[in-house]
Design a protein around this ligand. Structure first.
Ligand code: ADP
Length: 327
């Protein structure tokens, strides 16, 4: 297998803190190994439009600490069609690009895998999503930063909750995965945590809140992942609690997009740096159609197909810890 001479890097799908640090690591590793590196703007849309620029080590100065992605991201419908992907292929062929690094989530990896199959361009994925819901890595880029953001906000909400004997329901991101809810909930000392992986129903929550109130708690925090499967949205859950536990004044706080922004934590910067270097080194060794991940603090590769289809399980022991501590 021929070592790549020109690599393109793009960020795609939902942005996540640490994406810039990963791009920087890819660009600088390419410079280190004498590989030309193109930065592609706006994800797959940039591949289709030929919107890319040759980068050198200095092109990525002062971005290791920035949230978002300076390459921008986009949801690109055209890349879902063979015609769109053929245009993208023509552009990278014209430039002599012979490998691709895709930083994104499972949608982006699906696109990368199909592109690789159709056009035989080596691709390697770097998992960037705050939800931490990708198989083949213990951590995705942006997850640690998002957790820290959420915990900081819940700490502030708790100040208000305890000053007014209120119960706050805080909705956090996680449509299919409860990693953010479970970990931020434990970190911020939430009384109850509702996640998509486990539907215990609302009655168990009510009982537990009742118990806490009887034992002297005057305020409570309930953290709910947006994909929670109780079948109720946070406002309905609030109404349900208020109806059944009238001594609580219930308030809802939906954290929303603030969870995606902000400077990446040191953990995410280091993770991004390791993943970026590993991606380039593995492309040089002929790897393709795989995602870079970290498991037990070791860099590992997982076939893209497995990364897309596999499920990143939550740690059941954390559920137990949350239960014990909510006494
Ligand atoms: P994420 O990577 O965060 O999961 P999306 O699901 O929005 O985000 O996917 C990002 C982009 O990847 C899409 O806008 C599209 O261009 C590309 N993509 C997603 N699914 C496919 C697919 N089945 N075929 C081709 N491209 C896809």
């Amino acid at each position: 297998m021929k070592k790549p001479n020109k690599i393109a890097v793009l960020t795609s799908g939902g942005d996540a803190p640490g994406m810039n640090a990963a791009v920087r690591a890819v660009v600088r590793s390419c410079a280190f190994y004498d590989i030309e590196c193109y930065g592609v703007y706006q994800g797959y849309q940039g591949l289709i439009d030929g919107n890319m620029k040759l980068m050198n080590a200095r092109s990525v100065n002062n971005i290791v600490n920035k949230g978002g992605t300076f390459l921008k991201s986009a949801r690109c419908l055209e890349f879902r069609t063979p015609e769109g992907r053929a245009k993208a292929y023509k552009n990278i062929q014209d430039k002599g690009i012979d490998a691709l690094v895709v930083i994104g989530g499972d949608g982006s990896f699906t696109g990368a895998m199909i592109f690789q199959q159709e056009h035989n361009v080596p691709v390697i994925g770097i998992p960037g999503t705050i939800d931490n819901d990708i198989y083949g890595t213990r951590y995705t880029l942006g997850y640690d930063t998002a957790l820290n953001t959420v915990v900081e906000v819940i700490d502030k909400i708790r100040d208000t909750a305890s000053s007014h004997n209120r119960l706050f329901i805080v909705e956090v991101m996680g449509r299919d995965a409860g990693h953010i809810a479970l970990n931020s909930g434990i970190g911020a000392g939430a009384e109850e945590i509702l996640i998509p992986e486990e539907n215990r129903g609302l009655d168990q929550m009510l009982e537990s809140l009742q118990r806490s109130e009887k034992s002297g708690k005057s305020s409570s925090i309930v953290v709910v992942a947006e994909g929670d499967k109780t079948g109720e949205n946070v406002f309905e859950i609030a109404k349900y609690i208020e109806t059944n536990l009238p001594y609580y004044e219930v308030r809802v706080s939906v954290l929303g997009h603030m969870q995606r922004g902000g400077a990446p934590s040191c953990f995410d910067r280091v993770l991004a740096s390791r993943m970026g270097v590993h991606a380039v080194e593995k492309l040089r060794e002929g790897a393709s159609n795989v995602m870079v991940g970290v498991i037990d603090d070791k860099m590992v590769l997982t076939p893209l197909e497995k990364a897309i289809k596999g499920k990143s399980e939550i740690n059941n022991n954390l559920l137990r810890v949350a239960d014990i501590l909510s006494i």
